[in-house]
Design a protein around this ligand. Sequence first.
Ligand SMILES: [Zn+2]
Length: 475
Amino acid sequence: MLQFLRRKKEPKVFVVGLDCAEPSLVFERWRAELPNLRRLMEAGAYGWLTSSTPCITVPAWSSMTSSKDPGVLGIYGFRNRADYSYENMTIATGATVKERRVWDLLGEAGKQVIVVGVPQTYPVKPVNGHLVSCFLTPTVQRQYTYPNELRYEIDQLLGGREYDVDVPQYRTEDKGFLLKQIYEMTEKEFIVRKHLLKNKPWDFFMFVEMGVDRIHHGLWKYMDPSHPKHEPGNPYQDAIKEYYQYLDRELGEMLSALDDDTVVIVVSDHGAKPIRGGICINEWLRRAGYLVLKEEPARQGDKPIPFEKVEVDWEKTTAWGAGGYYGRIFLNVQGREPNGRIPQADYERVRDELVGAIEAIPDPEGNPLGTTCFRPEAIYRQVRNVAPDLIIYFGDLYWRSVGSFGFEGIYTFENDTGPDDANHAQDGMIIYYDPNQNLGGQRLNGLQLMDFAPTVLDLMGQPIPEAMQGRTIQL
Ligand SMILES: [Zn+2]
């Protein structure tokens, strides 16, 4: 077990977060071509890191770093219902995270922390050290660092170029332009990360790279022969691999700056897999009689019509849905929603009926799709804020959920929110490397991302709060 390793002093911890990094690519397919990651794996230990449900960037990183599930966090995706009205939604910025994350606890214990680009760290909250906020930062023209002066230091470092918190235009059909933006962003980020690594004091350093997620969504079909739109011999066949190699080289440079008392942890918040298509959840609900519109959705050209633009007859509606990498269903309940239709006593019956019907939706050829519905109270310790009544993984996440109208049937092979080739996979990855302990490349099994925070606290000699839901990694 980790905690039995005798040390002169508590180690420092360096965390490399690769958003969406897919374990099968790192552990198997490109293993030989990623020398630095391979070295960490072979001298360390590694395995799958099961994500939260839903396996989405928000809330996954916050679940990992607070060791609380999405229900306890009260965050079920980027956009959450603000209340039981039909239209009020909130964006889950850092302000919605009420639980303390691992760097908060370490800071309170007097440890110096550096946190760079970890999702849900905007708006900026003070830390005992330095912080650069995440891809949810609306503009770098306002405070996005802690302390605020750090942003001027970054300006100087980049010689007048603007720091990118995300790929500025990642939903583009121009893949050359997309790659150019991804590399520009990542290059600037590494300049900042290396600067902080070498020039600021730290005991805990964590950064998250969003480029992996962006390149997967934008270019997955070019490298994956199992993707329905894959064309062999296309010019972008190696684009994702080359980006992983680029990250591996940059990572190698950062690793060479670490001392012998630093444990390295590489993590992803979820994996990635090809998207085969989308299920038009609201169109399906409409055809099944659960959702009633006041008029036929008005098509404008071949553009899909967002759910927000149609007139719903709420008095006749039982349930409605939302799109995304996973599906969400909301029930229209008497005394809860403004025009609630389902008597409270019938709630479970109606929900069970929906689960049965949704899980029975076949693929376009009539074969089983393998859809799973989750009831929030069954998978979370607590259900805070306004949770969806059902969370849906269509076809084991090979299919996404489409909330818009205007498609021919209930299936679509185009994304209503822009080009997208990949969906998230439930398992992300973890590599654990301790320079003082040869772990011989052993496989880690059964880890869940909430195990991250207690493992870090334990390593750094800190007590693990009882309310944390994960366990320390056992080697
Ligand atoms: Zn992610």
